[in-house]
Design a protein around this ligand. Structure first.
Ligand code: PAF
Length: 284
């Protein structure tokens, strides 16, 4: 596995491959866990070269304490990437990614200021900016993103479409622990009791799925049901929304659900840790 410490090393690695080599990129911020492994396992048979990036992107953190608290586990990450048979890892520094005087960023549009964007202003401009730079530098044919970050996935796919970027985005299903908690790098920051409390996110989502399957197709009632699951919880609910999965806008009961599946989104804070999750309602 080659370690590429800056853009010059990345370009030297990248230029060995002709245009018919399928390079697959998995962008990460490190603190890798089993859900990341599924992204690499999906990419391996589809790509000639699997490239990971590990970069804690300062642009996507609106709070410096959140940036500082983000888990850093480089040694374990590299050991895991080696085991996953990754070909190369790009490990840029902030200066390599954003040299002095860097000022341009990607504007995600209206969908970027709702849900995660409302709770974390500027977050998606930071995400799209670094993802676009990674696409430009790595020139992948495929890039892999988890469905747990549904809004990020939506915005990345729309950027690819809107800016005519020549690559395919592959969504990968959310991996969960046996009790339903979605794998997340942030789970490591929870105490044992908060880890148990965090199950309320999945409980609320599955309550919405069951109600939907039982015939409740009023999005505001499904949202109220999700909110009610937090009544006796210490988790601080940030949002619980039912959205149209095609437009990522708030679902309306007059929408034809068969053409535009709905998705239930949820986010909450526990011990200062922001957790999010989502589930599709009905069949895709
Ligand atoms: O999902 C993440 O880990 C990050 O948002 C990403 C896509 C690596 C960009 O920094």
């Amino acid at each position: 596995m080659e370690l590429l410490h800056n853009n010059a090393e990345l370009q030297a690695w990248r230029q060995q491959f002709s245009s018919d080599t399928t390079v697959g990129l998995i962008p990460t911020m490190g603190a890798l866990h089993r859900a990341h492994a599924t992204l690499f396992d999906t990419a391996r048979p589809e790509c000639d070269q699997v490239l990971a990036s590990v970069f804690i992107n300062p642009l996507q953190f609106e709070r410096t304490d959140d940036l500082k608290a983000y888990p850093r586990t480089m040694e374990q990450d590299l050991a895991m990437l080696e085991r996953l048979n990754v070909d190369a890892v790009y490990l840029p520094t902030p200066d390599d990614m954003y040299p002095a005087g860097y000022a341009t960023s990607v504007e995600p549009g209206l969908n970027g200021s709702q849900f995660e964007g409302a709770a974390r202003p500027g977050h998606f401009a930071g995400v799209l900016t670094v993802v676009l730079k990674l696409f430009q530098r790595c020139r992948p044919a495929m890039a892999y993103f988890g469905q747990k970050d549904a809004q990020q996935l939506f915005l990345v796919r729309r950027m690819v479409r809107d800016l005519d970027l020549p690559l395919t985005i592959q969504p990968c299903a959310t991996l969960r622990e046996d009790d339903g908690l979605a794998f997340s790098s942030r789970n490591a920051r929870l105490s044992a009791s908060a880890r148990q409390e965090a199950l309320v996110l999945h409980r609320a989502l599955t309550a919405a799925v069951k109600a939907f399957e039982g015939g409740e197709h009023h999005p505001r009632k499904l949202e109220a049901l999700m909110r009610s699951c937090f009544d006796s919880s210490n988790a601080d609910l940030a949002y619980a929304d039912v959205i149209d999965d095609i437009t990522f806008e708030s679902a309306s009961e007059s929408d034809p659900i068969s053409d535009h599946p709905w998705r239930a989104l949820i986010a909450a804070r526990l011990e200062g840790v922001h957790l999010l999750d989502n589930l599709l309602l009905g069949t895709p």
